[in-house]
Structure formats: structure tokens, C-alpha cells
Design a protein around this ligand. Structure first.
Ligand SMILES: Nc1nc2c(ncn2[C@@H]2O[C@H](COP(=O)(O)OP(=O)(O)OP(=O)(O)O)[C@@H](O)[C@H]2O)c(=O)[nH]1
Length: 514
């Protein structure tokens, strides 16, 4: 193998190793050893061009998986901070040093899925510690969670215990939405979400939290299983390609060795013939000598031809074996790509409504904002929230609530233009991105959306149910995304305050050249 192709191979494999190392970060020693074995393959040498092509195809997919993982991790980090907020609101004696230590743990480990259960357990320890720093232990045996929420029912606290419990349950439900588990877990996740939403007692809360942790463990198992088998497979195939290359190299070497041997023998025989001619005294002896030498040369040549033919055959065989191995590896890679694409689509889709979910929104919105600002094109954002949705759940049950959650986006779609993008942001909240749309046009469309939902004939068990939505709207100006979202969100809050079933607009508009 030439130095250049060796360099190419080393680079390609280094890229793959660094990507897979990233994915395998914090996983078990088996994965680390698989990565080490790939490094060994690099040093042994393999067909650079074939592997480069395959890795180039795999790399963007691995990158996408990384991004989805990062989005989930960010969501988890928010969840933990939400949980700390709940604790701050309800426990006046949160021990600051332990809270800081927990926040440091979050900072160090939020990106590593295997640490998530540990972080949730640390949260429970912080709850426990908060309690032991506060009121003296009651005689009544209450669970830790029940005590902290019980204290929250004092009038100076903003939320009552039920609301606090709901807030935590809601946060954990959001976390479940972002776990990216295979679809056969959908039922279990939706049951657990239902149990969280319906949970009005504190004693069952730790059990529910345990169930959430168990599902996170499954998600960890899945990630590791997939990666381990992928790395093992890649490793096996690299090893077998390496084998074929070594064989092919050996037969090439044999060929050139026999060519050298042939040259030497021929030279020797020609020299022998020449000296025999000089030594011959008469014509008959000379004829005899020449015939003898020519016969020798002809035997050597036919032996050499036979050897060549058999070695060429061997060389061709090992090349075609190598080709079929590379083809198989390409096929396997393409099925890996398909399964990664399916997993990616699953992670980006909300199972209840089939809409792209919050992770998908977060992937899309920053590039959309950047491109609108760069090209001086308008971009508007609407945040929609179903009014009094809790009442729907409380009156007709969660299944009816889920039905409404599926129907509302259908109504919204009736008033959207083709390029408009609709996402389920979480719970009963939807966001709509209006690319290339001014605030004025987006306002008209948002009004149409509000009316579509208002006039829709929703019903549960044949009984009509009135469903409306409130909408907050803003157009992107020269600002950070967070400020843009917060302006729309503030308007949603105003729409709720103003009596709901309203569209409220933030009137800041970008300066346009006329
Ligand atoms: N059925 C169902 N309910 C959900 C889901 N996700 C969130 N919820 C519920 O949505 C409700 C949201 O209630 P609130 O945030 O109090 O808001 P609201 O009742 O809509 O009131 P306003 O927004 O103030 O008009 C909570 O009861 C959640 O349990 C879901 O996937 N399915």
C-alpha cells in the first residue's frame, strides 16, 4: 500500500474513531476495546479508498445522531433545573452547598446518558437533605416527597401542593417524550405519562420516579447495544478486508519473486549456452550442445508460464473475494443508515400527534432565524396553547384530552400555507413558524387558525366540546432567538390574561428598506 493511501486510510479511520468515541463516551469497557481494535486495524493497513467511501456515508448519520442526543440532553438539563426551581419554591431551607454541588454534577454530566439516573437520584438526595434542614421530623410517617409538598401549601408559597406535584409530573412527562425509545415502548411511556398526569397523591410519586429512571436505563441499554453491535460488525469487516489484502499482497509478492527467479535462471542458462558454444570443437558437438541448452530454456519458460497462470488465478480470486467483502460491507452500511434514519425520525416525531416534536423544532429554528436575518427576509413565530385544557382532562378524562390534542393540529393545518411549519412544543402547546412572512400576514393567518379551532365540531362520546386556543405572535427583528421566542411567549400570556381565545401580537417589527 502506498504512503498516500495509507495516510488517507488513517485519516478516514481516525475520523470514524473520533465520532464513535464521542458516541461511546462514558460507556462500557467492551466498547472501548472495540475502538482500540479499530486502531489496531489502522496500524495493520487496509484498502483506504473503499473504507473512506463507507465512512463518509456513515459519518453524517452519526453526526445527526449526535445532534439528536444533544437536544435530548439539553431537554434533560432543563428538566433538572425545573426540578430545582420546584424545590426552591417549596423548600425555604434548600442547603445551598449541596444545591451548588448538584448543579456542578449537572454541569459535568448532563450530556452523558448513563449518568441521568444518578442525577435524578442526586435530586432525591437534595430533597431529603432539604427536609432534614427544615422542620423537625413529624411523628407521622410521611414520605419525603409528601413532606416537602405538604409544607408548600402555606399561603406565602406561590403554588399549592397539587400544582407543584403536577408541575413535577409535567416536567417528567416532557423528559419521557425525549427519550427516543423504540416504538414498542410507546404504550408503556403513554401509560406512565397518564399515571404522572393523574397522580394526585404523594406516596406514589417515588414509584413513578423509579419507573422514569427504569425507562432511562432502557434507553441507555439500547444506545449501548446498538453501538456495540455496530462497532463489532465494523471491526469484523475491517479484519476480514485486512485478511484479503494480506493474501492478495502475498500472491503479488510470489509473482514478482518467481519473475526474478525466472530471469536469473534464464540468464544462467543463456550464459551456459554461450560458454558451451565457445568450448565446442566441432559442428556436431555444437549442434548437440545448442539443442540441449534450448531444451533447458524451453522447459524453464513453460514451467514459468504455468506458474504465472496459477498465481494470476489466485490473485484474481483474492481480488474478487475482496470485492465481494467490500460490497457486503457497503450493503450492511446502507441498512445501518436506514435504521439510523428511522431512529432519527422516531426521535424527532411526537407519537401522539405525529407532528415533529420540540427536538425537531429546536433543530430547525436557529438555522431558520439565521438565514432570515442573513437574507433580510421576514420570519414570524406563533405559540398556540389550548385554553383550559386541564378542564378537558378533568371532565372527560385523559383519552378525550389526547383526542383533542390530535384534532387541534388538524384544524390548525386548514389555515396554514404550504411552507408554514407546525410543531408540538410540549403538553398542549404548539408552535408555528411562518417563513418569509411579515407580522401583518402572520397575524391574519393566526386569526384564521384561531377561528378554525373555535368553529371545529369537537365532540366526546357524541357530546359537543368547546375547544379554543390562545396565540402569541412575534416577528423576528435583529435579536437573539431567545428574545424572539420570549416576545411571542409574553403575548401568549397576555392573550390568556385577556380572557383566552385571542391572538395577541408583539408589535416590534424589523426596519425594512423601501
Ligand atoms: N391528555 C393529555 N393531557 C396532557 C398531555 N400533556 C399535558 N397534558 C395536560 O395539560 C394540562 C395543562 O394544563 P394547564 O397548564 O394548567 O393549562 P390549561 O388548563 O390549558 O389552562 P390555560 O392554559 O391557562 O388556559 C395539564 O393538566 C397536563 O396534565 C398529554 O399528552 N395528554
Amino acid at each position: 500500500m502506498t504512503d498516500i493511501s495509507q495516510d488517507k486510510l488513517v485519516n478516514a479511520l481516525r475520523k470514524a474513531v473520533s465520532r464513535t468515541s464521542l458516541l461511546a463516551e462514558g460507556n462500557d469497557p467492551e466498547l472501548d476495546s472495540a475502538i482500540r481494535q479499530i486502531r489496531v486495524q489502522i496500524s495493520k493497513g487496509a484498502d483506504a479508498a473503499a473504507i473512506q467511501t463507507i465512512l463518509d456515508n456513515v459519518e453524517p448519520l452519526l453526526l445527526k445522531v449526535d445532534e439528536a442526543r444533544l437536544t435530548r440532553a439539553k431537554h434533560f438539563r432543563h428538566t433538572l433545573h425545573d426540578l430545582i426551581d420546584v424545590l426552591d419554591q417549596h423548600g425555604q431551607n434548600v442547603p445551598q452547598s449541596e444545591k451548588k454541588a448538584f448543579e456542578t454534577s449537572i454541569r459535568s454530566h448532563w450530556q452523558s446518558l448513563p449518568h441521568w439516573p444518578q442525577l435524578l437520584k442526586e435530586y432525591l438526595a437534595l430533597v431529603e437533605s432539604t427536609l432534614s434542614h427544615s422542620t423537625p421530623i413529624d411523628n407521622e410517617k410521611r414520605t419525603l416527597i409528601s413532606r416537602i409538598f405538604r409544607r408548600s401549601s402555606s399561603p406565602q408559597n406561590k403554588l399549592n401542593s397539587q400544582e407543584a406535584l403536577q408541575q413535577v409530573s409535567h416536567t417528567l412527562s416532557g423528559l419521557l417524550n425525549n427519550l427516543a425509545l423504540p416504538s414498542h415502548y410507546d404504550n408503556q411511556i403513554s401509560e406512565l405519562k397518564k399515571a404522572l398526569a393523574n397522580n394526585h397523591t404523594f406516596h406514589s410519586f417515588p414509584k413513578l420516579l423509579d419507573d422514569v429512571i427504569a425507562l432511562i436505563m432502557v434507553a441507555i441499554g439500547n444506545t449501548q447495544e446498538g453501538l456495540t453491535s455496530y462497532l463489532n460488525e465494523l471491526n469484523k469487516q475491517l479484519a476480514s478486508i485486512n485478511d484479503s489484502i494480506v493474501k492478495s499482497y502475498r500472491s503479488q509478492k510470489n509473482l514478482s519473486e518467481s519473475r526474478e527467479g525466472f530471469n536469473a535462471t534464464m540468464q544462467q542458462q543463456v550464459q551456459e549456452a554461450a560458454s558451451a558454444v565457445q568450448q565446442a570443437d566441432d559442428l556436431d558437438t555444437l549442434k548437440l550442445l545448442i539443442n540441449e541448452r534450448m531444451a533447458n530454456i524451453s522447459t524453464t519458460m513453460s514451467r514459468y508460464r504455468k506458474q504465472m497462470i496459477s498465481q494470476e488465478k489466485m490473485s484474481n480470486q483474492s481480488i474478487s473475494l475482496l470485492k465481494s467483502k467490500v460490497t457486503r460491507m457497503e450493503k450492511d452500511t446502507s441498512s445501518l443508515r436506514t435504521s439510523l434514519q428511522e431512529k432519527l425520525a422516531q426521535a424527532m416525531t411526537d407519537a401522539l400527534t405525529d407532528l415533529p416534536n420540540r427536538a425537531a423544532y429546536q433543530d430547525a429554528i436557529l438555522p431558520l432565524c439565521a438565514s432570515s436575518q442573513k437574507n433580510a427576509k421576514p420570519l414570524s413565530l406563533a405559540i398556540c396553547d389550548i385554553d383550559f385544557f386541564k378542564q378537558v382532562n378533568d371532565t372527560w378524562g385523559h383519552l378525550a384530552g389526547d383526542k383533542v390534542l390530535r384534532l387541534v393540529p388538524r384544524q390548525i393545518r386548514n389555515a396554514l400555507n404550504k411552507p408554514d411549519l407546525l410543531y408540538r412544543y410540549g403538553g398542549e402547546e404548539f408552535v408555528i413558524v411562518f417563513p418569509n412572512t411579515t407580522l401583518e400576514d402572520a397575524h391574519q393567518r393566526a386569526e384564521a387558525i384561531r377561528k378554525e379551532v373555535e368553529k371545529a365540531p369537537f365532540n366526546v362520546n357524541g357530546e359537543p366540546v368547546s375547544v379554543t386556543i390562545s396565540i402569541g405572535l412575534a416577528e423576528l427583528i435583529d435579536e437573539e432567538y431567545e428574545a424572539f421566542f420570549s416576545r411571542a411567549d409574553k403575548q401568549l400570556y397576555c392573550a390568556k390574561e385577556a380572557g383566552r381565545n385571542k391572538v395577541m401580537v408583539d408589535n416590534a417589527t424589523p426596519e425594512r428598506e423601501h
